[in-house]
Design a protein around this ligand. Structure first.
Ligand SMILES: [Mg+2]
Length: 304
C-alpha cells in the first residue's frame, strides 16, 4: 500500500514542527504549511490523504480552508483548535471535516483519529467502486455508463473532439445458456468482459450494459479509429475457446454496432444509433461489425 501522506497546517512553528516529527515517527509522509494559502499551494503539487489544520490562523482560517479543500480535492480534513468554545463540531463537519480535535493535541488520540479517518476513507472508496462495478465481469455497470457518457459528451462538445461508442452483443447467447447452463454462461460473460477490456486502449472504458450486452466508450476517437478497436474485439472473441463440457471446444462470436457522436445530439440518440448499427450487424449474419455515422449511413460490414 502507498505511504499515507499528511499535511500539517498551523501558524505556530513549534506546534507545526512537533506534529511533523510525530507524524513522521509514526511512519507517515508529512508536509507542512504555515498558512491556509500555503496549504493550498502544497495540495496543488502533492498527493495528500489527510490534512490536519489549525483553525485560528491569519488569512484563510482552518474552517475556510477546509471548505476550499473539500470543494476541489478528495482529501480528509481533521481540524484542531485551541479555543473549544469558538467553533463547534457542527461548524467543522458542515465544511466537510472528517474529525475535530482540541489543543493541546494528545498524540495517541490524534493517531487513533487519523487511523479511523483513513479506515473510513478506504471503506468509502471500496463502496464507491462497488457501486459502479458489475459483479460478474468486473467491468463498470450501466449506471456508471450513463454518468460517464454524459461527462464525455460534455467534454466532446466543449473541445470539439470526436467520441465513439461500441455496443456489443454475444451471438446466440441464450442457446449457449440453455445448452450448457447458467454457470457456463456466466463464465463466458466474465471472460468476454476480460477480452473486451484487454482490447481497449488506456483512455477507453468498458461497461456491462445488460445481460449479454457490453458497451465501450472511446473518447478522442473518430469512427475510423473505432473500427479497428471493434475488429480487435470481434476477432479476439472468435479465437477464444470455451470448454463448457469436457473435451468439447466451443467458439463464441460477438456482433458490434459502432457509431460516432454527432455534435448536436443527445445521449439517447447516440445510443440509439449504435443500437441500430448492432441490429444491422445481427440482421446481416452476426459475428460482424456495422457502423452508422450520424446522419449519413455508411455500410462498413466487417466479416470474412
Ligand atoms: Mg493558530
Amino acid at each position: 500500500m502507498d505511504t499515507v501522506s499528511i499535511l500539517i497546517v498551523d501558524d505556530d512553528d513549534a506546534i507545526r514542527f512537533l506534529m511533523n516529527e510525530f507524524v513522521e515517527m509514526v511512519g507517515y509522509k508529512a508536509f507542512m504549511a504555515s498558512s491556509g494559502e500555503e496549504a493550498l499551494e502544497v495540495l496543488k503539487e502533492n498527493v495528500v490523504d489527510v490534512v490536519l489544520t489549525d483553525i485560528m490562523m491569519p488569512g484563510i482560517d482552518g474552517l475556510e480552508l477546509t471548505g476550499k479543500i473539500k470543494k476541489i480535492y478528495d482529501v480528509e480534513v481533521i481540524v484542531m483548535t485551541g479555543y473549544s468554545g469558538d467553533y463547534s463540531y457542527e461548524n467543522a463537519v458542515d465544511k466537510g471535516a472528517s474529525d475535530f480535535v482540541f489543543k493541546p493535541v494528545r498524540f495517541e488520540e490524534l493517531l487513533l483519529r487519523i487511523k479511523r479517518v483513513l479506515k473510513e476513507r478506504r471503506l468509502r472508496k471500496e463502496l464507491q467502486k462497488l457501486a459502479i462495478t458489475d459483479g460478474l465481469t468486473k467491468l463498470y455497470n450501466s449506471r456508471h455508463f450513463y454518468h460517464q457518457s454524459e461527462m464525455e459528451i460534455e467534454r466532446c462538445k466543449r473541445h470539439k473532439h470526436p467520441l465513439s461508442l461500441l455496443i456489443m452483443d454475444i451471438d446466440f447467447f441464450k442457446s449457449y445458456n440453455d445448452t450448457y447452463g447458467h454457470l457456463a454462461g456466466d463464465k463466458v460473460l466474465s471472460r468476454i468482459g476480460w477480452i473486451i477490456r484487454s482490447c481497449l486502449r488506456k483512455s477507453d472504458s468498458a461497461y456491462r450494459y445488460g445481460g449479454e450486452e457490453f458497451i465501450a466508450l472511446l473518447p478522442e476517437t473518430g469512427i475510423d479509429d473505432a473500427i479497428p478497436v471493434a475488429r480487435r474485439i470481434r476477432e479476439a472473441v472468435e479465437h477464444e475457446a470455451f470448454y463448457p463440457e469436457h473435451d468439447e471446444e466451443v467458439h463464441i462470436t460477438i456482433s458490434i454496432g459502432v457509431t460516432e457522436f454527432g455534435m448536436r445530439e443527445k445521449l439517447k440518440s447516440f445510443i440509439k444509433r449504435s443500437d441500430d448499427a448492432l441490429f444491422c450487424a445481427k440482421q446481416n449474419g452476426r459475428n460482424r461489425i456495422n457502423c452508422i455515422m450520424p446522419q449519413i449511413d455508411i455500410d462498413q460490414s466487417d466479416s470474412e
